[in-house]
Design a protein around this ligand. Structure first.
Ligand code: ZN
Length: 171
């Protein structure tokens, strides 16, 4: 099923989030979408990055939304307050792919690419308990952060499933 409507928001869907949308940025990365997020960047710098890298800008700020729009940017004003509603808003608007697998994810911390890694290679980077509890591990090729299907993964799966349901019902 696709709720994506043809228009000016096409392309490979790369994003930038403003400083107020850090959680959304992390989730877009987990879904595998390139997402620029740098909370300390100045507004005009962020606009430059979006223009240079052809990014879809997501912002909570009405004035910034207007400014970005007048610069010719592809920009979406995020109006909902709760994270889950924001996530639903963005997924529906851009028709994002909700199949999640670590192989396709980007690092939520740094936007780097993630790849599968042998237990041997990361055994000194995680606790013995974690090493014993999980079979599969992934590592960010940029910052070295190690990932596994832990609690965060489970809570993400639940929110993704709820979002899929809502999209199906067209709420
Ligand atoms: Zn990283």
């Amino acid at each position: 099923m696709s709720v994506y409507k043809e228009g000016s928001y096409g392309g490979e869907r790369r994003f930038a989030c403003d400083a107020m949308l850090g959680r959304l940025a992390r989730w877009l990365r987990l879904l595998g979408y390139y997402t620029f997020y740098s909370p300390k960047i100045r507004d005009d710098e962020l606009l430059e990055v979006c223009i240079r890298e052809d990014l879809n800008l997501l912002t909570r700020d009405v004035d910034f939304f207007k400014r970005a729009t007048s610069c010719g940017l592809k920009v979406k004003l995020i109006q909902k307050n709760s994270f889950e509603e924001q996530f639903f808003e963005v997924v529906g608007f851009f028709g994002l792919n909700l199949s999640i697998s670590p192989e396709n994810s980007r690092c939520p911390e740094c936007n780097g690419l993630i790849q599968s890694v042998d237990r041997e290679e990361i055994k000194n980077k995680v606790s013995a308990n974690t090493l014993d509890s999980y079979d599969a591990f992934w590592i960010c090729t940029n910052c070295g952060q190690v990932y596994w299907r832990g609690r965060m993964w489970l809570s993400m799966t639940r929110i993704v499933e709820r979002t899929k349901e809502k999209l199906k019902r067209g709420v």
